[in-house]
Design a protein around this ligand. Structure first.
Ligand code: SF4
Length: 88
């Protein structure tokens, strides 16, 4: 019997680590604690990250982060436009 292993070739993007919420279990959000360690990527910042992987065999872009109003549905719809993705 041949054993096969499958895995994603992914990279992560965290648009922001600042969050409006204060979930008690969270050690990630920087709104209250250590606000100076927070970041808020612009669309261009995110696309710079994405394009670092041009010509790489990426199968997944994992996006996770805090909750801020500027990262709304329109922001992500614009981010996921077909003409902006990795160029493979
Ligand atoms: S980042 Fe997620 S888990 Fe942390 S406070 Fe915000 S919503 Fe809660």
């Amino acid at each position: 019997m041949e054993i096969q292993t499958y895995f994603n070739r992914n990279f992560h993007i965290e648009p922001t680590n600042i969050c409006l919420y204060t979930c008690s279990f969270c050690s990630y959000s920087r709104l209250i604690k250590k606000r100076e360690e927070g970041w808020e990527y612009t669309m261009d910042d995110i696309m710079d990250i994405v394009h670092k992987y041009d010509d790489q065999p990426v199968t997944e872009v994992h996006i996770v982060g805090g909750v801020l109003p500027q990262y709304d549905v329109k922001f992500y719809a614009d981010l996921f436009r077909d003409d902006q993705g990795p160029q493979t």
